[in-house]
Design a protein around this ligand. Structure first.
Ligand SMILES: Cc1ncc(COP(=O)(O)O)c(C=O)c1O
Length: 397
């Protein structure tokens, strides 16, 4: 079969692939510990599940308006006002089938062939492919541990040319966990406003920050940058609702209308029942999120400490999200028997084959020096998995 060129332009999500491989090995009877998952290991809080059951029992099971029900848009505008001091009208909000779907629709609505979209690396795996699917070209801006995996205003300015349409910011970041301060966002906003490019700000990990780190959205910096911002968020990570598929965007009315138009010809509305559940997530008791973050914080402290104790491994202490992103490049060139480690992909393969531990190679996120470990798994799994990695690292000669 000859497929459309766009199929060749992209790759399947490597994080989903690792999770699938770990599950397949488990099904064969192997005792695999997975650090692959990009989702909280907690159940959706009971009040949210009950809201969904009520929606079903009330017969709220038909098509809704394409861009989401008014009740959910109200909950979202109130969330922005309460958490970020950002004022949006309902006409400036669209709800889609997850933040990934919002990002896909945005790229379809905004980007054309010939446009460039700046993506700081390490990046979430889907950004380059979503940009490629729109016909535009990703322009990768490299960051490293030395700058806390954050871009500087000078770096941003140097990367902008006349084809640049937008930059994708992700704070807290998947995979590094690095999180921009308000002052850092202010400095980037100055360049964004001066150069008049759009900023797509993926804030899906907003609620997962540690040690009281004050989360800021770039749209909070000024009215000028808010006008150029599309803020993307959702309920997947903050409320352990990855399967429900609800994400949303806030931005200028014309952009939101264009996204809604695109959505009207692909999925139509996000699931009616999930929308009712999301209303409860945003308006209801927020304690469950706090409890999850407390558990993530304890795990973060353990895993980052343990990784940094390993010979030749260094790992930045992340301010947000639930990933450790250690640099393991000093192991490249070493071997265990016939298993030679040459980069992050072969290291991940080595850990899976020899230690029964699944991790995601950094190359998937644009950095071959690193691997990603999700600590959205139990403390028991983390302790056992880390011990296995420790031994596997020691065995490399
Ligand atoms: C940075 C980032 N953005 C967006 C998403 C997608 O979230 P959703 O489940 O809402 O599609 C993820 C999920 O892994 C993510 O890590």
């Amino acid at each position: 079969m000859k497929f459309a060129k766009r199929v060749e332009r992209i790759k399947p999500s490597p994080t989903l692939a690792i999770t699938a491989k770990a599950n397949a090995l488990r099904a064969e009877g192997r005792d695999i510990i997975s650090f692959g998952a990009g989702e909280p290991d907690f159940d959706t809080p009971v009040n949210i599940r009950e809201a969904a059951v009520r929606a079903i029992q009330d017969g709220f099971t038909r098509y809704t308006p394409v861009g989401g029900i008014d009740e959910l848009k109200d909950a979202i505008t109130e969330k922005f006002q309460r958490d970020n001091q950002l004022i949006y009208k309902k006409s400036e909000i669209v709800v889609s089938c997850g933040a990934k779907h919002v990002l896909y629709n945005l790229a379809q609505a905004l980007f054309d062939e010939g446009d460039e979209v700046i993506i700081p690396s390490p990046y979430w795996v889907s950004y380059p492919d979503i940009v490629l699917l729109s016909g535009a070209t990703p322009s990768i801006l490299k960051t490293g541990e030395a700058d806390g995996f954050k871009i500087t205003p000078d770096q941003l300015e140097g990367a902008i040319n006349k084809r640049t349409k937008a930059i994708v910011l992700n704070s807290p970041s998947n995979p590094t966990g690095s999180t921009y301060t308000f002052a850092e966002l202010e400095a980037l906003a100055e360049v964004i406003v001066e150069k008049n490019i759009l900023v797509i700000s993926d804030e899906i990990y907003e609620k997962i920050v540690y040690d009281g780190f004050p989360f800021s959205s770039i749209a909070m910096v000024s009215e000028d940058v808010k006008r150029l911002s599309v803020v993307v968020n959702g309920v997947s990570k903050a409320y352990a609702m990855t399967g429900w598929r609800i994400g949303y965007a806030a931005g200028q009315e014309d952009i939101i209308s264009a996204v809604t138009k695109i959505q009207s010809q692909n999925t139509s509305n996000p699931a009616s029942i999930s929308q009712k559940a999301a209303v409860e997530a945003l308006n209801g008791d927020q304690n469950a999120t706090g409890e999850m973050v407390e558990a993530f914080s304890e795990r973060r402290n353990y895993i980052i400490g343990a990784l940094n104790k390993m010979e030749g491994v260094s790992c930045m202490n992340p301010d947000g999200a639930f990933y450790a992103f250690p640099n393991m490049s000093s192991l490249y060139g070493k071997a265990y028997g016939d298993k030679k480690v040459t980069g992050s992909a072969s290291l991940a393969e080595y850990f899976l084959d020899v230690a029964n531990v699944a991790v995601v190679p950094g190359i998937a996120f644009g950095s071959d020096d690193h691997i990603r470990l999700s600590y959205a798994t139990s403390m028991k799994n983390i302790r056992e998995g880390i011990t296995r990695i420790e031994n596997a690292v020691k065995n490399l000669k």
